[in-house]
Design a binder for this molecule. Sequence first.
Ligand code: GLN
Length: 315
Amino acid sequence: MPSPFDPQVIEGLYRELTKECTGQVASYIPELAKASPDRFGISYAGVNGKQQHWGDSEERFTIQSIAKTVNYCIAQKLLGEDNVHKSIGLEPSGHGFNKITLDGDHRPHNPMVNAGGITACYLIQKVCGKDALETIQKTWAAATNGEVPEVDEEVLASEKNTGHRNFAIAHFLMEHGVFEKGTKIHEVTDFYFATCSLQTNTRKLALFAATLANGGTNPVSREEVFAPKVARNCLTLMLSCGMYDYSGTFAFRVGLPAKSGVSGGLILGIPRVGGFGIWSPPLDAFGNPVRALAFCEKLSSEFPLHSCHCDCLLS
Ligand code: GLN
């Protein structure tokens, strides 16, 4: 299938968005504040394996909350969907990404917010023990270009030194029995921080998004990294919960599954078509990258991609 996108149109959107200069680079993790607000990269990978790039697509940054997608997929793979969702809900929280809150069943609302992401890490660690991080790294490599992602040690140290909110969330999860008695809370948070500190670039993000959009099979290597149902579940929760407390508006305007992170990265999946990886550090008040958000909105208005749009995609 040919790419449904005219690269010139994407190039035009890219250029237009370089003029968008609002938003603030995240600083609550001090090391992230060093990122240049001007950096901007976009990559696309189709389910046919074709890839295209615009701007700073090779520059590295940390994956941050986008790790929650791969972690959720791995938790499902290791424990099964039902077991994962005994501990983690399926509903948008309606709250900021790091709110200390649980649903009516004493579970984090979903795997895309910090409480749910930390719980997915807890579940993975219960099965994999000391190999948990390596499991994430190898899976990320399989879903991207085969390169094992390294931990950015400076960002990791910065997160650990200032991660009081995440420690509070983890203690709250312990208090409410989401973690079993005897759980070493700091081992869970250390692992969670390490997954957020993995290095990536937009090229890899696009391949990861395309793997999800391709039913869990890497479109280049043809390896099945996740079962189709695992990928579908992840895309579904990205659609309803991936953009924090902006998820409803994003679903309304863009109509596609996405997940953002506080370093300015964003993945956008277009089921059965492909995936975008976008990076621009300045964030809006919800913690979503401003340029990436604007790109998704413009893309969805230029091309008939909205999942509730009723015309034939390629007509
Ligand atoms: N490491 C970040 C945190 O836990 C991830 C949050 C995010 O990207 N939204 O605060």
